[in-house]
Write a protein that binds this ligand. Sequence first.
Ligand code: SF4
Ligand code: SF4
Length: 358
Amino acid sequence: MNVTKNAKNIIDNCRFCWMCRHICPIGNATGQERNTARARSFAISMVERGSTELSEVVDNIYECTLCGACTNNCMTGFDPKVFVQETKTEIVLSGLAPDYILSLIEKYMQYGNVYGMEMPSELEALYSDGDDLLFLAGASASLRAPECVARALSLISSAGEKAAFTKIQDTGLQMWFLSGKTQETQNAARAFAEHANKYRKIVVYDPCDLAFIRHEYREWGIEISAELISFNEYLLSLIKCGKIKVIKGSTEYTLQDSYAYARELDDTESGRALINAAGVSREMLLIGKEANLAGHLIMAEYMPKVMRDVALGRWQNAINMGCKTLVTENPDEYLALKASCPDGYRVITVEEMLLENM
Ligand code: SF4
Ligand code: SF4
């Protein structure tokens, strides 16, 4: 199997500390030992040594969300996500991708997204252009949570800002998740960069897209000349300059930290600053850098029951700490938590929270 020296180093340097056994959201939902970075690195190591076939580990590779909780806790300081993504590329290029992944790739090739959907008409009606500020909702938010995107655009507009919103919402993130660094992924990334560089500044709604652009584009030599800013940072700047007037109330809000903000973008504070502008912050367990994932839209396409259990597990964390209103920072977790929301609790997005306190 072809893996880089870096990935091989990560695979071979596991110290068997088993920290990753306790914090993996998938492992905690399935109760299966194989859903850990340790077990996965052991499996890849066996493939490398010829003790087992690559086809035997395919399902296990696609059971990783890339949430990075193991990376954050790994005592070796290595990043187990690296060998997961490299193995996906090997799987796809060897023709070993399972049917449930192939069907998503086929939809991507036909529709430009893994959900096989056209842009919802309510968002098509909001298309606008310009050359200064671009609002990038991302493919998942645009297609699966259009109501959130419409609300975000309405909030931006009510602040007197003019942001372009176009049909180009694919950054390459979806193909990256399915196949790692393939030609198709890089082609999508280059196409997005060409579009994005017409603008001066890009507000990125989904932190997973922002993390992907910041980390992978740079590694692949894809230049983004526009200034990139997260949606949270953008909202905070609008509050600071008085364009969004929020009235601080007494409602308690609990941040569901997005792993992308907390671990990939090193930002555990912007979501909390937004909560503190609108109400009172009430924390639950496994927050900040230790954030526990609550949902993943692509994985919900092929392992819906496990992903529902992941969301229910996160609700249990909230219930245990008396947290009634969860505030999400990305569409994956918003939809997963909404679909499993217990009676008497609620989940809202950061922009929804601001809108109910204006
Ligand atoms: S990246 Fe997340 S889902 Fe994958 S093994 Fe690590 S903790 Fe588990
Ligand atoms: S946390 Fe890191 S070193 Fe420890 S068992 Fe998991 S992969 Fe190995």
